[in-house]
Design a protein around this ligand. Structure first.
Ligand code: ISE
Length: 335
């Protein structure tokens, strides 16, 4: 039978997930769209004829409208949806970040542990990207010797007016914070943030680009150029420096043309296309695992570990000083 999914948030990401579930995911159907803005909900529902609109998640839960929840609102709005969904015993795929800071993420971990079952998977979809999977295999194979460092470039053409300074870390760099631990299998120990010369393209709410330095317990240093105003397109590249060689993933695979004295290769403009296959793989594996009563990807504990490093990163951004990452003890519940 089809897994009945309620999508919470019908913005850019939620609308994209509705199309994905309806058109490309086997074994699932959207039966609820939870969104306070009825107009935005109804336009996203054009792709989901079986879906009913609800202004809040409590109404959808009371209506028993779904078997699982996909939370696609911005991170600062996740907690008030996670708690009622957990209380209702619903499996949850929560878009990153789990929540924007350590304390609130730890509250979600404690709420899940109290239920006695793992319900939460966090939407760190880069773990499902073929490039990162291949790079992780190369690192663990040690074919080029030990990994010494990573150079990450995370470039957005622009961000909405609602995007503010701390989101550079808790909404964007959070991807590198999780994927560096995924690649190295080592927690992030320190975070430092430097400002590059300010890009005059950006709106007044923040200053970018920034250079973030993440150091793992295993002494790997990752630099992250976080850039959200660079106009040309959307680019996420990672260069790995080993003892005996270099590897790079993420350079665009778009078509290259030679024409009229020019050579050009098409670039992505959005994470929706750059990581389309990773999103599809993540959601398909989540649906399949959910139907077996399991999760198949990063847990709430992974979400907390990222949030603890994010919190240090936000402090580093706002103070200009190197921050140590403090972690709570891992509950036995998360083997
Ligand atoms: C956005 O929320 C995402 O998750 C994208 O993957 C990231 O590139 C972007 O910077 C974030 O704002």
């Amino acid at each position: 039978s089809e897994l009945r999914i309620g999508v919470v948030g019908a913005g850019l990401m939620g609308a994209d997930h509705i199309i994905r579930i309806q058109n490309r995911i086997n074994g699932a159907i959207v039966t609820a769209v939870v969104e306070p803005d009825e107009g935005r909900a109804k336009s996203a529902m054009e792709n989901a004829p079986a879906a009913k609109w609800y202004p809040n998640v409590e109404a959808a839960i009371a209506d028993k409208a779904m078997d699982a929840v996909l939370i696609a609102t911005p991170g600062q709005f996740h907690e008030p949806v996670l708690l009622p969904a957990l209380a209702a015993g619903l499996p949850i795929l929560c878009e990153k970040p789990l929540t924007p800071d350590a304390a609130s993420s730890l509250r979600m971990v404690e709420a899940e542990v109290a239920t006695g079952k793992q319900f939460i998977q966090v939407g760190f979809m880069r773990r499902f990207d073929a490039g990162y999977e291949n790079l992780r295999s190369l690192i663990s194979s040690k074919d080029q010797g030990e990994l010494l460092g990573l150079h990450c470039a995370h470039r957005n053409p622009s961000v909405p007016e609602s995007y503010h300074n701390d989101m550079l870390i808790f909404d964007s760099v959070v991807h590198e914070i999780d994927v560096v631990r995924f690649l190295t299998d080592s927690p992030i120990e320190t975070v430092e943030v430097k400002h590059m010369k300010r890009n005059s393209n950006n709106h007044s709410g923040f200053s970018d680009p920034i250079l973030v330095l993440l150091k793992t317990k295993s002494e790997v240093l990752a630099t992250v150029e976080m850039n959200v105003s660079v106009k040309f397109g959307y680019e996420v590249k990672t260069e790995a420096v080993f003892e005996n060689g270099i590897a790079e993933i993420g350079r665009t695979s778009g078509m290259t043309t030679w024409f009229n004295g020019q050579i050009s290769t098409q670039e992505h403009m959005s994470f929706k296309t750059r990581f389309a296959a990773a999103y599809d793989s993540q959601i398909q594996r989540w649906v399949t695992a959910t139907k077996q009563g399991k999760i198949d990807g990063p847990s709430a504990w992974d979400g907390y570990l990222a949030a603890a490093a994010v919190e240090a990163g936000v402090k580093a951004l706002n103070t200009g000083t190197l921050q140590n990452v403090e972690y709570a003890a891992k509950p036995d519940f998360y083997k």
